[in-house]
Design a protein around this ligand. Structure first.
Ligand code: SF4
Length: 197
């Protein structure tokens, strides 16, 4: 069986998607010891530039939710970060204005996801961010929204999170129970898994 290091090297050289506006630049992290998997959507243009996932305000909020600092978060032996598409898929432009990013490239998950996950036998908690991750990891929930997905259904192995983007502040305001009830349990679980107590 191919090693994870060899597989990651292959992924980082992937040229499968034609027409990526900034070209292929897969952004992911993983080591076989990782205890927590973060399954997000796809890198944005800033992440493409920086080459590091969640190195922005969304990441600051996500780390706050997890109760970890950057050093811990970017340790691939603790957190595997595998979005549904590894490269920036491009922006949606309407009437000359940017309306957000395109969905993760559909080639990516079929090409790489199962192989990569098979190298992560120690993952005990999977965090899903966004509908593409939800649909892939929980196909029985396909088409459901975050609100319709009871967070306790798959706890403590899996948790569906809202996107931590500052643009998602309205959802958080409408669901104060999320930060009041879910986040403390998440922090406790992360701390226990990573031996941070
Ligand atoms: S998005 Fe995925 S499949 Fe497409 S080029 Fe990047 S790594 Fe390859």
């Amino acid at each position: 069986m191919q090693t994870l290091a060899a597989l990651l090297q292959e992924v980082r050289g992937c040229q499968l998607c034609a027409g990526l506006p900034l070209g292929p630049k897969p952004i992911l992290q993983a080591e076989s010891d990782a205890k927590i998997l973060i399954a997000g959507q796809a890198p944005g243009a800033n992440t493409h530039e920086k080459g590091r996932p969640f190195d922005d305000a969304s990441g600051d909020r996500l780390r706050h939710w997890l109760g970890v600092d950057k050093a811990c978060f970017y340790d691939p032996g603790r957190f595997a970060i595998l979005p549904m598409g590894f490269c920036f898929p491009g922006a949606i432009i309407r009437h000359g204005r940017r309306q957000g990013d395109k969905p993760p490239r559909p080639e990516c998950a079929p090409a790489w996801r199962k192989q990569l996950l098979s190298h992560l036998p120690n993952v005990e908690l999977t965090l899903l961010l966004g509908t593409y991750a939800l649909d892939w990891h929980l196909p029985e929930h396909r088409g459901l929204t975050l609100e319709a997905t009871d967070w306790q259904t798959h706890w403590p192995k899996l948790l569906v999170l809202p996107h931590p983007s500052p643009r998602n502040g309205l959802w958080l305001k409408r669901h104060p129970e999320f930060e009041a009830n879910v986040i403390p349990k998440l922090q406790q679980r992360v701390s226990g898994l990573l031996g941070l107590n």
